[in-house]
Design a protein around this ligand. Structure first.
Ligand SMILES: Nc1nc2c(ncn2[C@@H]2O[C@H](COP(=O)(O)OP(=O)(O)OP(=O)(O)O)[C@@H](O)[C@H]2O)c(=O)[nH]1
Ligand SMILES: [Mg+2]
Length: 416
């Protein structure tokens, strides 16, 4: 086998429900995640059966997986602390579940301080109940402890709680800074549009296509972890587009909570572009849209949502109507577009401009002083000026965001 010696190896395991129809997409997605985390996948083992409380999947399947001699067993299904313990101790195997795998990817990709804190918070919030559980079992003399940590669980649990509190406080700070930044941007007359959606659907590519930037875009899950914001005028409106971390199926709520400061770019946006991959098989497209809506719900999004069915260059044109019909309950009036070829972006821009709250019309007066004139010149940048008359005072008719007018009142502007 021609393989990099340093590459980690794994066998993927998935237990499927015996009453639902078989699902190949989930295993494929797990495989994509394993590759993104740097694993070479030796084999995929799945089984349709009811839950095995001891190992999650049947014992024979674990033995089958181990026959490939992998460094790790990676489960699609979430593993309980007991299941991890049983598999680790009885088979001398190293295991992780899909959630741990996602955290592994996040940990290697986190480059900003905010992202690093969020990943650490998610890891600790995940570990805390497991350590607590290990403590309880140890007290009853049932197992030696969390990840073999032996006598240290008590102080470990205490340390974890302390660290969680500290990180939460730091992240609240980051969140407040984000709020201030958004407020300033609105004062400057910008509308804030967030690009959200399932991972790998083309959010970053769309940001690049809309704003002429060069954010990293790759065919793998979770390329983007930290938000990037770029400006672009859309049919006379000043818009800031923000690219965000992708969603994935079955995200635990606490992961969303850990990423709250990043996801607030979505929850606090004026408009959300919900990006999906139109070239996915319809069943998968529906599932990803549903998972995205759930995540948007968890993010408490109040802004209007425009669904962009991206990658439509991979679609025969005649299929667009059929696909729109198949997803109409999850995406009313979707815009078919291609970030790669630019097709449909004109329609998307029209849709963005129609979905943004119209600017409000105001009539204000400004003192005819240096300060008033300085504010007037700022308003030329931040608002849509309709008329200016120079009397005893400056009388200005303009269309603007209310935040812009509130900012101007600090320089003596009065509404008339
Ligand atoms: N054919 C085609 N490919 C596209 C299009 N948009 C994006 N892609 C490809 O899809 C892959 C993922 O694109 P990204 O922009 O990284 O996707 P993302 O949603 O930002 O992904 P994450 O940040 O990982 O969540 C890349 O290989 C892109 O080149 C498109 O309109 N058409
Ligand atoms: Mg991206």
């Amino acid at each position: 086998m021609n393989r990099d010696k340093k590459e980690k190896t794994a066998v993927l395991l998935m237990r499927e429900s015996p009453i639902k129809s078989p699902d190949t997409y989930r295993m494929k997605e797990l495989c994509g995640l394993a590759h993104a985390a740097g694993y070479h996948v030796l084999a995929e083992v799945s089984q349709r059966r009811s839950l095995d409380s001891r190992y999650q999947i049947g014992r024979g399947k674990i033995e089958e997986a181990l026959s490939y001699n992998p460094e790790k067993l990676i489960f699609y299904n979430a593993l309980s602390p007991n299941q991890v313990f049983n598999i680790t101790s009885e088979f001398s195997a190293r295991v992780l579940d899909r959630f741990n795998l996602i955290l592994e990817i996040f940990a290697t990709r986190a480059s900003t301080r905010e992202a690093k804190l969020q990943v650490e918070l998610a890891r600790l919030t995940y570990d805390a109940p497991q350590v607590k559980n290990a403590l309880a079992l140890k007290k009853r003399g049932e197992q030696p402890g969390f990840r073999g940590a032996g006598a240290y669980e008590q102080s470990m649990y205490h340390d974890i709680r302390g660290r969680i509190a500290k990180i939460r406080a730091q992240l609240t700070n980051v969140e407040n800074m984000g709020e201030d930044r958004r407020h300033r941007r609105r004062e400057q007359g910008f509308d804030l549009v967030a690009l959200a959606g399932y991972t790998n659907v083309g959010k970053s590519t769309l940001l690049n296509a809309l704003t002429g930037s060069e954010v990293e875009a790759r065919d793998q899950p979770f390329t983007t972890l930290s938000p990037t914001t770029r400006a672009r005028e859309v049919l006379g409106r000043k818009v800031l587009f923000t690219d965000t971390v992708g969603f994935i199926d079955d995200l635990p709520h606490f992961l969303i909570k850990a990423f709250r400061s990043t996801l607030s770019e979505i929850s606090e946006a004026d408009l959300v572009l919900l990006v999906a991959d139109a070239s996915d098989p319809p069943e998968l497209l529906r599932r990803k849209l549903a998972a995205s809506h759930k995540a948007l719900w968890d993010c408490e999004v109040r802004a209007p949502i425009v669904t962009v069915l991206n990658k439509s260059d991979r679609l025969e044109e005649s299929r667009a109507a059929e696909i729109a019909e198949l997803v109409k309950d999850l995406a009313s009036n979707p815009v078919f577009a291609s970030a790669a070829t630019g097709q449909g972006l004109g329609v998307l821009e029209e849709c963005i401009s129609m979905s943004l709250q119209p600017l409000q019309e105001f009539r204000i007066s400004l003192p005819y002083t240096a300060q008033g004139l300085a504010e007037l010149s700022r308003l030329y940048e931040t608002a849509d000026l309709l008329s200016v008359s120079y009397e005893e005072e400056l009388i200005v008719r303009l269309r603007a965001r209310k935040e812009t007018i509130a900012r101007a009142s600090l320089s003596g502007a009065r509404r008339m």
